[in-house]
Design a protein around this ligand. Structure first.
Ligand code: AMP
Length: 194
């Protein structure tokens, strides 16, 4: 199995690249942000509970997000592997993911960490906010999401570096060129597994 975690600040391209990687390698890309937005759109109980956090750019508390994540993962069965886009975002969540995969007799293969300048992220997110009308892609919320990322999610880089899973990817440039860098890395990983 190939299990890939996508790590990176909001707007760094995790979703776009996750879908491309999924298609090419037959992996199921689970975007936790999409799962959450669906709950809000369908006005479920969970949707009502999480809406405020998302609109303010805060993380949903670990206990709740872990429940949402495990529930949605249970519905998917893919022998080839998964792409985790947006989960984990805290060390607590990373440890939970390790345990979930262990129970499935598998492990994280690699963590791609997207690096990109703050100004470029803000521009991308503002543009996306205009196109997709996402409630959290406005300047105030974007700025908070970047602060939250730095404080709560960036430490995951060190966490995965210690486990020798971290692969840094330059997140600026065209979608194709970034995808090419990723496929080179995945090809290396696959050949080292054989
Ligand atoms: P995303 O679409 O991945 O950028 O996520 C949008 C928002 O959903 C984030 O700003 C958080 O409010 C919430 N969210 C997504 N993933 C997580 C997570 N792993 N833990 C807590 N909150 C999350």
């Amino acid at each position: 199995m190939l299990n890939i975690v996508l790590l990176g600040p909001p707007g760094s391209g995790k979703g776009t690249q996750g879908e491309l990687i999924g298609k090419k390698y037959g992996l199921y890309s689970i975007s936790i942000g999409d799962v959450l937005r669906k709950e809000i759109k369908n006005k479920t109980n969970i949707g009502e509970r999480i809406k405020g956090f998302i609109n303010q750019g805060e993380l949903i508390p670990d206990s709740l997000i872990v429940k949402i994540f495990t529930n949605s993962l249970e519905k998917i069965n893919n022998n080839q592997g998964y792409i985790f886009d947006g989960f984990p975002r805290t060390i607590f969540q990373a440890k939970i993911l390790d345990n979930i995969l262990k129970k499935k007799n598998t492990d994280i293969t690699a963590v791609f960490s997207f690096c990109i300048k703050k100004e470029e992220l803000i521009n991308r997110l503002l543009k996306r906010g205009n196109i997709l009308n996402r409630g959290d892609d406005n300047l105030k919320t974007i700025q908070n999401r970047l602060i939250v990322y730095k404080k709560q999610t960036e430490p995951l880089q060190e966490f995965y570096k210690k486990k020798e899973k971290l692969i840094k990817i330059l997140g600026s440039g065209s979608i194709e060129s970034i995808f090419n860098c990723i496929t080179v890395q995945i090809t290396n990983i696959i050949s080292s597994m054989q």
